[in-house]
Design a protein around this ligand. Sequence first.
Ligand code: AMP
Length: 463
Amino acid sequence: MKTFAELTLSPALMRAIADLKYETPSPIQAQALPILLGSPTDFIGLAATGTGKTAAFGIPMLERIDTSRRTLQGLVLCPTRELALQVSGQINILGKHLGVRSLPIYGGAGFGDQFRGLKDGVHVVVGTPGRLIDHLERGTLKLNHLKTFILDEADEMISMGFKEDLEALLQATPREHSSIWLFSATMSKEVRRVADTYLRNPRHVQINKKEMLSNTVEQLYYPTKESNKPEVLCKLIDAAENFYGLVFCQTKVLVVDLTRYLTDRGYKVDCLHGDKDQKSRERTMQFFRDRRVSMLICTDVASRGLDVKDITHVINYSIPRELDSYVHRIGRTARSGKSGFAMSLVTPSSRGLIPRIEKMTNSRMREGRIPTRKDIGEKKIRQVLAQFNTQKSFARAAEIMGQDWKSAILAMPKEEVVARFLAMNFPEVFEDTTKHHALTGDEPHREARREHRDHRSFHRRRH
Ligand code: AMP
């Protein structure tokens, strides 16, 4: 199947697909849609976030909804609130012209709206297992008219400890008229066990790892010592064009420390980790979407399903031990045909993971060169040129400029005038350290000393 038109979709869904500007189906959609739009069947789809799986299950789930009945007919289970909100939002867009509404239900939010929404008779609920169990036990969630039960990121739900909850929900679902569609990035033993216990003759679709990774993402790795990582990270950010990215760390503590470190150095940054409450996570996401911060430092779990458009860089502060996380992480950039960079900081002890990742993703990782101060300086000069060219208030400045200024530049070449202004604006990049160096013998120059001090304190704080 090469186009959406080849499927006999209802005009309302075709309109929604056009609204979303989806032109061609993604590989998981091309394979799953013809099956899921056919006669009812259980289903296993192995595909990660970023592959278009939400529409792959959302479209057929919506096609099966009888809008003349105000009953719950579609249920999607997600591992995190962020993913639940995102999936619910996308189902709402897809279902808009059909008149189908989806209600997100997750822990940490008040019960009031959830009670009201469920009482009104929504067609679709997208939620996290714990809170759904709560509603099931209170009798506010009724599964007896369910037609489609979707497990999204089943591997994640299980590894986050939701196995019992999701099994309780599966057991509470009458199977005469319902199908179960299980989506997972990986088929772990536990996912297999859930599938074997609850699914009946499921059809299978697997998107191989190479297809999962956008081929427009460039994967680079940077060998470095652990202690140099903060400095290398800053250089990568400084040298990037319009950096808008995610930095992944292994632990919450590291996320917090790195966020503080980058904030202290003047970067606009915020963080996502498991200890943040729902309100502050939502605020962080909004700040990031509005580009009030240009980077988020996060742990894997906190960023599950995070779907933000136009992310230019995903940086692995360290390569994840779980190689599947690598695929999840870098799937956040280079979406919808855009290009992006995945950069990994690699210590000597983790270098052995590179060939394993290359094998798993069937793609090449290139060793990157850590940008020098000269690279960063050149980039800054290039960027400032645009501002320089469009500067409007210079005539007024020239009018006010006194004789002292005029005589200062009288005999000065033009390049020197510009160079002096650049050096004034970016002292950290253009500071002349060679003289200082010559005078003080082999003592490290001031900038290096400052960096050294900053990084030392960063590492001291962490231990
Ligand atoms: P998902 O894997 O469902 O999280 O989707 C990842 C991103 O791809 C989302 O921003 C979708 O809106 C987008 N997307 C899904 N299907 C398509 C498609 N056929 N064409 C273009 N973008 C798509």
